[in-house]
Ligand binder design. Structure first.
Ligand SMILES: Cc1cc2nc3c(=O)[nH]c(=O)nc-3n(C[C@H](O)[C@H](O)[C@H](O)COP(=O)(O)OP(=O)(O)OC[C@H]3O[C@@H](n4cnc5c(N)ncnc54)[C@H](O)[C@@H]3O)c2cc1C
Length: 386
């Protein structure tokens, strides 16, 4: 039963989706359980993804990319979410990290980094959060001090997705004392720079195949041309880039929720209790009917966000509202679907159990639900009436 027709994908997009689906089913799904045990994915999968054109699809040919559009990256995100592959952080690499470099990087840095991100040779990460500052990014303590032609970066970051595998990291640092937002700059650090090191691979309650790390910067000497854009404009750049990051969360959550719904639909038709299918109890039927209605609304919202983004019209409020709604939709769907699986829904070997644990973070990273509400509420309550 189709939720809604999706008319904005061309035949090329459809063909690409088939190719990505095959890649996910052949190269990722059979290995993902092992990666969950390992708490990370091997670098060879990044290379393979690069060889198959799955990374940074939106980058222009001049930038070393295939010159496609961001819908191709959306397709990669949707297909990974469909199979619950939370390990390969392709989405963050292509749609969150690469844009900072492509939009604000010097030509020299773009030439050195972007083609290697497209090939999967360099894995990208973004390092904003610190042990003492997550939601309140203005109070980060990592410092960048100018020394001759270089910057010296010192500080610590935590919870960094792709952190163990990353070869290139976009780092937020304060360049001036006590300036808060107005003192943040962004830098491109490569993992081979002296003074850079990684800490623990953090063990989480879900998304076990994803490498999430602490990163340390001990007087890392970064050449001046590795500054992104202008000095002290980092906070502004984050505000410009965050809508796409939040759109990614909406895309992932919607696709994941649809997949979890489908596997639950199959389960309740197979499993019996009291001589009938679980699907025959009115409670099950009504629960699934409500979730299906939610999924349909979620699909409409998600597709409208994608289309607004393609038209350059997805603003911070729209993206925050979507991120809030879709991350909470996924929480609702996974919770109800675990319930419909009974005890099996609590077993790690069941996809629904993993989806439930994996989903929890969606309401926290890329801005918590509370911060999303703050952003929306500010526009509702504080902006002058038009
Ligand atoms: C698995 C994982 C992957 C991550 N990946 C990355 C990454 O790749 N790069 C990166 O930079 N960061 C990453 N993060 C960090 C993530 O973005 C932060 O954890 C998140 O922004 C919340 O920050 P915090 O953990 O410091 O919580 P805090 O900011 O300490 O918040 C604690 C609680 O207080 C609430 N709160 C805070 N401020 C307000 C307010 N003004 N009003 C109301 N409530 C408020 C929050 O909503 C939350 O409920 C990741 C985190 C995890 C767990």
């Amino acid at each position: 039963m189709e939720l809604l027709k999706r008319t904005f994908f061309s035949p090329e997009h459809q063909a690409f989706r088939d190719q990505v689906r095959r890649f996910c089913e052949n190269e990722i799904a059979p290995r993902h359980a092992q990666w969950e045990q390992d708490h990370g994915v091997p670098l060879d999968i990044w290379r393979k993804a690069g060889e198959n054109g799955l990374l940074c699809c939106w980058l222009t040919e001049e930038q070393g990319g295939p010159g496609a559009d961001v819908l191709f990256d959306v397709i990669v995100a949707e297909e990974l979410s469909r199979i619950g592959a939370t390990g390969p952080g392709f989405n963050l690499h292509s749609m969150v990290v690469a844009p900072y470099i492509a939009h604000y990087g010097t030509p020299e840095v773009q030439r050195a980094i972007l083609p290697r991100m497209v090939s999967g040779e360099l894995v990208g990460a973004i390092a904003m959060t610190e042990p003492g500052a997550g939601s309140d990014l203005a109070s980060i303590k990592t410092r960048a001090v100018r020394e001759g032609d270089d910057w010296l970066i010192t500080g610590q970051k935590t919870f960094i997705t792709n952190g163990q595998n990353a070869g290139v990291i976009v780092v937020a640092a304060q360049t001036e004392d006590a300036q808060g937002k107005g003192g943040i700059s962004m830098f491109v650090v490569t993992a081979d720079m002296a003074g850079f090191s990684r800490g623990r691979n953090l063990h989480k309650i879900g998304q076990h195949a994803q490498d999430t790390a602490e990163l340390f910067f001990d007087q890392v000497r970064v050449p001046a041309h590795h500054l992104l854009g202008e000095v002290n404009k980092g906070f502004r750049y984050m505000m410009q880039e965050l809508p796409q990051e939040r759109l990614c969360i909406s895309v992932n959550c919607q696709s994941r929720a649809e997949a979890v719904f489908e596997l639950t639909q199959t389960y309740v038709k197979d499993r019996k209790a009291f001589k009938q299918r679980i699907a025959d109890f009115q409670n099950t039927r009504f629960k699934l009917a409500s979730l299906w209605a939610d999924l349909q609304a979620g699909r409409a919202l998600c597709d409208s966000m994608i289309q607004r983004h393609l038209a350059g019209e997805l603003d911070s409020i729209g993206a925050s509202a979507g991120k809030l709604w879709h991350s909470e939709l996924l929480a609702r769907v996974t919770d109800e679907c675990v319930q419909l699986h009974g005890g099996y829904g609590y077993m790690q070997e069941y996809a629904v159990a993993r989806a439930y644990c994996d989903a929890r973070i969606e309401r926290i990273y890329a801005g918590t639900s509370e911060i999303m509400k703050e952003i929306i509420a500010r526009a509702i309550c504080d902006e002058p009436r038009k």
